[in-house]
Design a protein around this ligand. Structure first.
Ligand code: UDP
Ligand code: MG
Length: 312
């Protein structure tokens, strides 16, 4: 008998939890040949999410709950859920806001049975997604693929199934600043894609502000690609060469052809502006990487669990 664990990060989802549970129950009841477990990770929700989850756990032993001491973010919550599962044959990750239809699970499971290591889902159309968000997301994927040389399919979501062997590799990953599915894609396991249409969020608001999304995008780029760093190098060379040429031209005019063409001050200004530009850009780029190194080196625990329910 196969065993599948469903991992659900929860942040401010008090109203969605009972509905999600009902839908999950309906879907999993349709696949009785599989043993099911749900691991809900409450990411320090300020609302009643945690007690709603505990209510479920009281009546249903398959419901396991991890409560964080504070909000650590979705990527970390997903990681904690996957870490907590140590014996299933596959893990399915699913958002709590009902944007990921549990009804797709049977199709994902059969793709897995067909030999896929990762079954990823692609959201074909999301109702009411703002233009800026759509443009931003497609730009991100284009940039990411270019820079990291790693195929990241756009519009894929965190709603995915991972085979045990993927989960085992994931458990060895220790980096802190993480894009959960980026790490999974990076492993290179055999991935099959399944499509679904996303509805709007059922209750509450998306908790990802643009600032958070931009932050996530920058983090992904620096943790998966050294291109920005090299880019600084190329830019430095370009600027140095062109300023060198301009300077040569200026000096040639100054001393040989036409001494009045450039004032000495103009020459100095050109030299300085270019040098300052180069230095600032290099420092900026290097700082991004040092930031990443810093978070790795500090080596704090990834998350802090306050309470665990229904784990033996
Ligand atoms: N989430 C979380 N921690 C956070 C923010 C979100 O665990 O700090 C969960 C949230 O409860 C939901 C999922 O991550 O299950 C996706 O969040 P949301 O719907 O806000 O993001 P979007 O759908 O806009 O990507
Ligand atoms: Mg959502």
């Amino acid at each position: 008998m196969k065993h599948i664990t469903i991992v659900i990060p929860v942040y401010r989802e008090e109203q969605n939890v009972p509905a999600l549970y009902r839908r999950l129950e309906k879907v999993t009841a349709g696949l009785p040949q599989i043993r099911w477990d749900y691991i809900f990770v409450d990411d320090g929700s300020p609302d009643g999410s945690f007690s709603a989850l505990k209510d479920l756990a009281r009546t249903d032993p398959k419901v396991k709950v991890i409560g964080f001491s504070r909000n650590f973010g979705k990527e970390i919550a997903l990681s904690a859920g996957v870490h907590a599962d140590d014996h299933s044959d596959a893990v399915i990750c699913l958002d709590a806001d009902l944007q990921h239809p549990p009804e797709l699970i049977p199709e994902m499971v059969s793709a897995w049975r067909g030999g896929a290591d990762i079954v990823a889902t692609i959201r074909t159309s999301s109702a009411k997604q703002p233009v800026l968000r759509r443009v931003g997301s497609s730009l991100f994927y284009r940039l990411m693929n270019r820079m990291s040389g790693m195929e990241m399919v756009s519009k894929t979501t965190d709603f995915r199934l991972y085979d045990r062997k993927v989960v085992e590799v994931f458990r060895q990953v220790t980096e802190r600043s993480r894009l959960f599915r980026g790490i999974m894609d990076w492993m290179g396991f055999k991935t099959v894609y399944v499509r679904f249409r996303a509805g709007a969020r059922e209750n509450g608001n998306s908790s990802f502000s643009y600032a958070k999304l931009v932050h996530l995008a920058i983090q992904s780029l620096t943790s998966f690609s050294l291109f920005p760093l090299r880019m600084t190098g190329y830019l430095g060379v370009l600027i140095t060469v062109s300023s060198g040429l301009l300077l040569a031209r200026m000096l040639f005019a100054r001393f040989i052809s036409d001494p009045k063409m450039f004032t000495p001050l103009a020459i100095v200004v050109v030299i300085n502006t270019l040098l300052i530009g180069i230095v600032l850009m290099s420092v900026g780029m290097v700082a991004l990487y040092i930031g990443t190194i810093h978070t790795e080196v500090v080596n704090r625990p990834l998350y802090i669990v306050r309470e665990r329910v229904n784990f033996e």
